[in-house]
Write a protein that binds this ligand. Structure first.
Ligand code: 5AD
Ligand code: SF4
Length: 444
């Protein structure tokens, strides 16, 4: 077995924030075994690709990257190439056996075994572990913050998903839902605050169903959020993602009552048509969704609401599409992530429905959705003109070394001329100009 000391590993991450958080767990596990994290792909001994399979496009990008990695291996035959994450289960045969692109595959619940798996590769074998677990939460692992600005960090509070939306591969790729021990979450949040971080984002596929039982005691998501917010008023708390069916009044009240719980809620609606929502197995109606939006707007004034929308799902008609546009107007989303439906193997939709909206129609509907969202985002930013926001400074603006950028509680990016404060500190900024993506202001 090769001595691990000084062997350098490089991790490239695709997909969601959960995946970025997982890469930090992987980096911690490998560092504890003597491997060294590197940000230089060309001098690394081990290259790991943490993958996403939510849309076909994400998988295509990974395949392209793997071909590039294989070209590196021609120059450096000792290079180990590994695939981690959501694509592990689905693509094992194609990528490892048929295309011979990989030495190692580890699924999202197998990261503790990475040192052993790498040992197996060193002894000339292919290594694979894609078993999903019912209880792995990596609670005791202290993640190494990769690509960190030293100001904001992610903390995973649960794993897996059991909602089985008919289009979605996550329940198959990441397994059963399980919550992490709140004590370990609180410890991690305290620890990063002491390291100087001033913002944490609590992550899960559906944080609203977070639930931990110990003896007679139960902790739900609003309870956990309160505990983290109570650590220090200088620590901002965010969370993602919420399923509309589970977002209740207790959570809304908790957000409203702590100034350091950020006033920004991501609430994926997916479609504005009841027929499509039903087919997607979302378990709420358009009316119920809009009722939640009204509750948020009335109990948390100034809260921004963002969403995810899929266009062109199976059998989606022009009238369904119009209902999505109308719902967007009515909800007045501040921002949105928008996607064309992409059929995923194993899912209920792939097995039972036809992906029958023509590509050109999906394209046009997506364009209409993006155009409308552009107007809504721009209107939302215009409403902020003249307002004063508390901004947490994240770093120097990309455009100019004379400017800082940061975010307000509503999760909008704010750019302003540098002040005496440093990244990680708060400053009040008055908004003077806006674009559809950014607020531009002056410290006051
Ligand atoms: N096709 C297109 N978009 C999808 N999403 C999830 N599955 C698919 C799919 N098969 C989108 C949803 C989800 C976001 C993370 O990705 O909008 O909220
Ligand atoms: Fe992609 Fe979903 Fe996996 Fe995140 S959980 S990496 S979004 S497939």
């Amino acid at each position: 077995m090769i001595e691990n000391k000084n062997r350098k590993f490089f991790i490239e991450t695709y997909g969601c924030q959960m995946n970025f958080s997982d890469s930090e767990i992987v980096a911690s596990i490998l560092s504890n075994e003597g491997f060294e994290a590197s940000d230089d792909l060309l001098t690394a001994d081990i290259v790991l690709l943490n993958t996403c399979s939510i849309r076909e496009h994400a998988e295509d990008r990974v395949r392209k990257r793997l071909h590039y990695f294989r070209s590196l291996k021609k120059k450096n035959p000792g290079l180990t190439i590994g695939l981690l994450g959501c694509m592990a289960e689905r693509t094992k045969t194609a990528l490892m056996e048929v295309e011979q692109l990989l030495d190692l595959i580890a699924g999202p619940d197998s990261y503790r075994h990475l040192p052993e798996l790498l040992g197996k590769v060193d002894s000339g074998q292919k290594a694979i572990d894609i078993i999903l677990s019912a209880d792995e939460t990596y609670a005791d692992i202290n993640p190494i913050r990769l690509d960190s600005n030293g100001v904001s960090a992610f903390i995973s509070i649960m794993r897996g998903c059991e909602n089985f939306c008919s289009y979605c591969v996550v329940p198959y790729a990441r397994g059963q839902e399980r919550s992490r021990d709140p004590k370990s979450v609180i410890r991690e949040a305290k620890d990063i605050f002491l390291q100087g971080f001033r913002e944490v984002t609590l992550l899960g596929q559906n944080v609203n169903s977070y639930c931990w039982n110990e003896g007679a005691e139960t902790m739900n998501f609003p309870g956990l959020l309160e505990q983290i917010a109570g650590l220090d008023s200088q620590l901002r708390v965010r969370f993602a993602t919420s399923h509309p069916k589970d977002l209740g009044s207790e959570l809304i009240k908790t957000i409203a009552s702590y100034p350091n719980i950020c006033k920004a809620i991501h609430l994926p609606v997916q479609s504005g048509s009841n027929a499509v929502l039903d087919k997607m197995n979302r378990k709420y109606s358009r009316e119920e969704y809009l009722e939640k939006i009204r509750a948020i707007r009335s109990l948390i004034p100034g809260c921004t609401i963002s969403t995810d929308i899929i266009t062109g799902f199976c059998d989606e008609t022009e009238s369904d599409h119009k209902q999505t546009l109308e719902l967007m107007q009515e909800a007045g989303f501040d921002s949105a992530f928008t996607f064309k439906y992409s059929e995923r193997p194993q899912t209920l939709a792939a097995d039972h429905y036809k992906d029958n909206v023509p590509a050109g129609v999906k394209e046009r509907r997506l364009r209409e959705i993006i155009e409308l969202q552009h107007e809504l985002s721009s209107a939302s930013n215009h409403r902020d003109l003249g307002e004063i926001f508390e901004v947490l400074i994240e770093g120097e603006s990309k455009r100019s070394d004379k400017q800082y950028f940061g975010r307000n509680s509503q999760n909008k990016v704010v750019v302003f001329l540098k002040t005496a404060q440093k990244p990680g500190e708060y400053v009040n900024v008055q908004v003077k100009r806006v674009t559809s993506a950014t607020l531009i202001g002056e410290a006051v």
